[in-house]
Design a protein around this ligand. Structure first.
Ligand SMILES: [Zn+2]
Length: 354
């Protein structure tokens, strides 16, 4: 129920969470082969005061763990006593994939992030998606879905958002990542479906699968805090705006560089994710080291994603690069001089070349 009243109301799923209450619960979304229930962990924090309802979701892909930690922290740190509105924390959405520590639902390789809003009569993943969407997401006013890169790749910390939608734009600005890649998103992705349903939603991409990366987790929690301020869940808190801000969509400004030859890949860029036109990004050598291909930057750009597995065949993606205009380039260079990017390195392995 979208909040239109001045008095806070219970959050309803099959039961109720009263205003002023925080409840950790497990919600059944399916059954195992043994007939045991598959339950997702959810925390509902229903504020003492009226306000909006926001969801925070993680583990739609089972091996993407940074977001799981972010959601755990959100669930722990906010109290209903001073909260205006309701926070719905979906700790892990795809339990079978999470238990197997893999991206997709096991055996059938179903992608939950193509399965929304789900279907009660379809396959396992669509049924789980249906329960999650109908009981929890559909009741929200906005949301953030946390992801990481898929295995063997990494990604710069950024948001994905449909910036043509004013509600989504407001949310993306308040979350305050420096880079936003924009577009509608894929069919069946939680953010596309929820946004089309009138629930502005962004995806946050943060680093690597299979690990916790504290610097990124902390940044995401600051972003959440800023969103809670912007939407007056915490009216006393300040909204945080990014120091610089780069959005990109068209293929002319964003490109995956791919290998044209097979061989061993060595990344040459770094330590910062900034490359200038014609600088070497990586080399590919044959196993005898008698041939070397140098892959150079097609333009001044920011590396937002990169291969980690150091072997490549023709067609393999090597890195994802976003073209920078002069103004953004100058700002990033200034931030690098000021040490803004050093924290990534100090805490290790956010970028692909380590
Ligand atoms: Zn993902």
């Amino acid at each position: 129920m979208k909040s239109t009243h001045s008095d806070p109301e219970p959050f309803q799923y099959d039961a109720e969470v009263e205003p002023g209450e925080k409840r950790h619960l497990r919600y059944e979304v399916g059954e195992t082969y043994l007939g045991d229930s598959v339950e997702i962990p959810i925390t509902i924090i229903n504020g003492k005061f009226d306000g909006k309802t926001a969801f925070f979701s993680a583990g739609i892909h089972g091996d993407e763990l940074n977001g799981v930690k972010v959601v755990q922290e959100i669930a722990d740190r906010y109290s209903p006593q001073n909260l205006h509105g309701t926070l719905v924390c979906l700790h892990v959405c795809n339990i079978p994939a999470y238990e197997a520590q893999q991206r997709y639902t096991p055996i059938y390789d179903q992608d939950m992030n193509r399965a929304f809003p789900g279907n009660a009569r379809s396959n396992t993943t669509e049924r789980m998606a249906h329960q999650i969407y109908r009981r929890f997401i559909a009741q929200c006013d906005l949301g953030i879905d946390f992801h990481t890169s898929t295995r063997n790749r990494t990604t710069i910390y950024h948001a994905r958002a449909d910036l043509t939608n004013p509600g989504v734009k407001r949310l993306a600005r308040a979350f305050a990542t420096n880079v936003v890649l924009y577009g509608e998103g894929d069919n069946g992705a939680l953010r596309s479906v929820a946004t089309a349903d009138g629930i502005p939603t962004i995806t946050v991409e943060m680093g690597r699968a299979h690990r916790f990366q504290p610097v990124l987790i902390e940044k995401a929690l600051e972003g959440v805090e800023s969103v809670l301020a912007e939407y007056e869940f915490l009216p006393e808190e300040p909204v945080r705006w990014p120091g610089w801000y780069k959005t990109t969509a068209a293929d002319s400004t964003k490109r995956w560089l791919r290998a044209d030859t097979g061989g061993l890949v060595e990344m040459k860029w770094g330590p910062y994710p900034l490359v200038h036109e014609d600088e070497a990004i990586c080399t590919i050598t044959n196993h005898f080291k008698t041939e070397e291909h140098v892959i150079t930057a097609p333009f001044d750009g920011l590396i937002v994603g990169a291969l980690e597995n150091p072997v490549a065949a023709p067609g393999h993606p090597l890195c994802h690069i976003v073209r920078l205009d002069r103004e953004t380039l100058t700002e990033i260079e200034r931030e690098i001089r000021q040490g803004e990017f050093d924290g990534y390195r100090a805490h290790g392995d956010v970028w692909a070349d380590e």
